[in-house]
Design a protein around this ligand. Structure first.
Ligand code: ATP
Ligand code: MG
Length: 513
């Protein structure tokens, strides 16, 4: 271990940035905080992404909170998933206490109780928040496969089904639209279309259909459909401060795959909509991905590739992404390699598995004078080992840091405060209304209905007059889709659909404006 004075000097110089920065805290050296050696992230490098890691209860969420506060104060919008509800307190001024002020004083933090402008969202309107919904078409086949737990073959089959629906103007808004299209493809009428698609077997289509039915039975209908959330609403400002959008996910454990995948959809949608901005003085939006392991667990290769690609490309659109999880090993290497800032809280070393994770974590840090395996197990709560990307894009010295305290409430906001905020939100009226416009389900149902009526009419005519020369069997074989395709309205629709549906990352469709 180097001399304390040397460590202080190294950190002081290593973190002396010219531009504005997010203050994380102060160096701890020789058992004392050193306020003169501040540890920070340059605001211009926040879009080079980051990782906040550590065992449970070591301070990850509070780190997220104190970063979000400073971003908001700097006019940067923030999005975060509020998994345990404990982030909702960011909307309220913090609670002063002697203990808190003793802590902030030692690290040179001037602490003032402050609340920040916050919007609360809830998936499908289930919970306290403005409802967030996505259409099936914009969600796309890759994300949906992840949610349904489909294997690679099933995933590419679902891709074919989307392709078919896109091509035939069968808009997929909600789960019943997708079920209707698959039901059609596996029906006698749809057989020929199924064959034309090539590579999609009736058996696989059946499996996907059953998994969709099971999914709907779990109450998933509410998450899909219109009014679809417009991610531009995440980029708000209020009184010069960036609005913090919190997706309240108190029951994450019920549907971890759905919730984490929804977060990825938001990111992919943002990516599609935002213009290139190149290097920026400060990001436009910072996206915090708490409990990130849920996103990566059991993910297909296509899914992981899409995440890595999104993270790589979204930086030049002025968006920073911070993953929050227990160990760096939860994050695939292709993503981890792109995370410029690292805030590593305490790790435990009780079990052989812990020891392995600890070793792996140490190997992902730049070399330093610390014995990291030792330090990482000794860190106190609210302390972390930090290294970030400096303004030149090089890693800063590794620093054992005591973090600042959030200035907002370190506990959940009350139910009344949440309800009042949702009530006052201009977004509430916009997204609360559920629309069910004509889409694949209605179209296919109408066709079936029209076909049945025609057949009935024909039967009646047959009864009165001579039978038609055309054999009925042949008519029945003509698929429902051929009939739809024949109509001029359909041709109109298909033309516009063919022009407008562009599938980007994750096969997610761009919203038509
Ligand atoms: N920067 C900080 N300043 C003051 N207190 C802190 C700080 N960080 C953590 N604490 C204290 O530690 C507690 C646990 O922190 P936090 O909830 O952030 O842990 P976590 O790592 O997110 O845990 P979990 O994995 O369970 O979500 C906080 O309630 C708070 O009392
Ligand atoms: Mg937490």
């Amino acid at each position: 271990m180097a001399e304390t004075a040397d460590v202080v000097e190294t950190v002081k110089q290593g973190y002396a940035f010219e531009g504005a920065a997010i203050e994380l805290g102060a160096l701890l050296a020789g058992d004392e905080p050193k306020p003169e050696a501040a540890v920070r992230i340059p605001l211009s490098m926040v879009n080079r992404h980051g990782l906040v890691a550590g065992a449970t209860g070591t301070g990850k969420t509070k780190t997220l909170q104190l970063m979000a506060e400073q971003l908001s104060a700097a006019g940067v919008s923030v999005f975060a998933a509020d998994i345990k509800g404990d982030l909702s307190g960011i909307s309220q001024p913090g609670q002063e206490s002697e203990k808190l002020l003793a802590r902030t004083k030692t690290i040179g933090q001037e602490w003032t109780a402050t609340g920040f402008p916050t919007e609360f969202y809830a998936l499908g309107g289930q919970g306290a928040g403005v409802p967030i919904r996505a259409t099936i078409t914009s969600f796309g086949p890759v994300l949906l496969s992840k949610v349904l737990g489909l294997n690679d073959v099933q995933e590419s089959s679902l891709g074919l089904i989307f392709h078919y629906a896109d091509k035939h103007g069968l808009t997929l808004l909600d789960l019943k639209d997708l079920r209707a299209v698959i039901t059609h493809l596996t029906s006698d009428e749809g057989k020929a279309d199924l064959k034309d698609l090539g590579g999609l077997s009736a058996a696989t289509a059946g499996v996907i259909l059953r998994s969709l039915i099971g999914f709907a039975d779990q109450g998933a209908e509410a998450f899909f459909g219109e009014t679809e959330f417009d991610t531009a609403d995440l980029m708000q400002q209020r009184d010069g401060k960036g609005v913090i959008s919190l997706l309240e996910l108190p029951n994450l454990q019920d549907r971890p795959a759905l919730f984490s995948t929804f977060l990825m959809w938001l990111l992919a949608d943002l990516f599609d909509d935002l213009p290139e901005v190149g290097d920026v003085d400060k990001p436009k939006l910072v996206f915090f991905f708490d409990e990130a392991h849920l996103l990566f667990n059991d993910a297909s290769k296509a899914f992981l590739d899409s995440i890595a690609q999104t993270v790589r490309l979204i930086r030049s659109k002025g968006v920073g992404v911070f993953f929050v999880t227990q160990t760096p090993k939860d994050v695939p290497d292709a993503v981890l390699a792109q995370l410029g800032s690292r805030v590593q809280h305490q790790l435990r070393a009780h079990t052989p598995n812990d020891a392995k994770a600890l070793k792996a974590t140490v190997s992902t840090f730049p070399s330093s004078s610390y014995d990291l395996a030792e330090v990482l197990t000794q860190l106190g709560i609210g302390e972390a080992v930090v290294t970030v990307m400096n303004e030149k894009g090089a890693p800063t010295p590794v620093a054992w840091t005591r973090l600042r305290a959030p200035q907002s409430l370190m506990a959940p906001a009350s139910a009344e405060q949440l309800a009042a905020s949702v009530q006052a939100s201009p977004n509430n009226a916009k997204y609360t209304e559920v629309i069910d416009r004509e889409s694949a389900y209605e179209k296919l149902a109408a066709k079936v209905q029209a076909g049945a009526e025609r057949a009935e009419a024909e039967q009646q005519t047959e009864g009165q007059a001579k039978p038609e020369p055309k054999p009925r069997a042949q008519k029945q074989e003509k698929s429902m889709v051929e009939q739809v395709v024949g109509s001029s309205a359909f041709k109109q629709f298909a033309r516009s659909a063919g022009r407008e549906i562009v599938r980007g990352l994750f096969g997610a469709a761009r919203r038509k404006r």
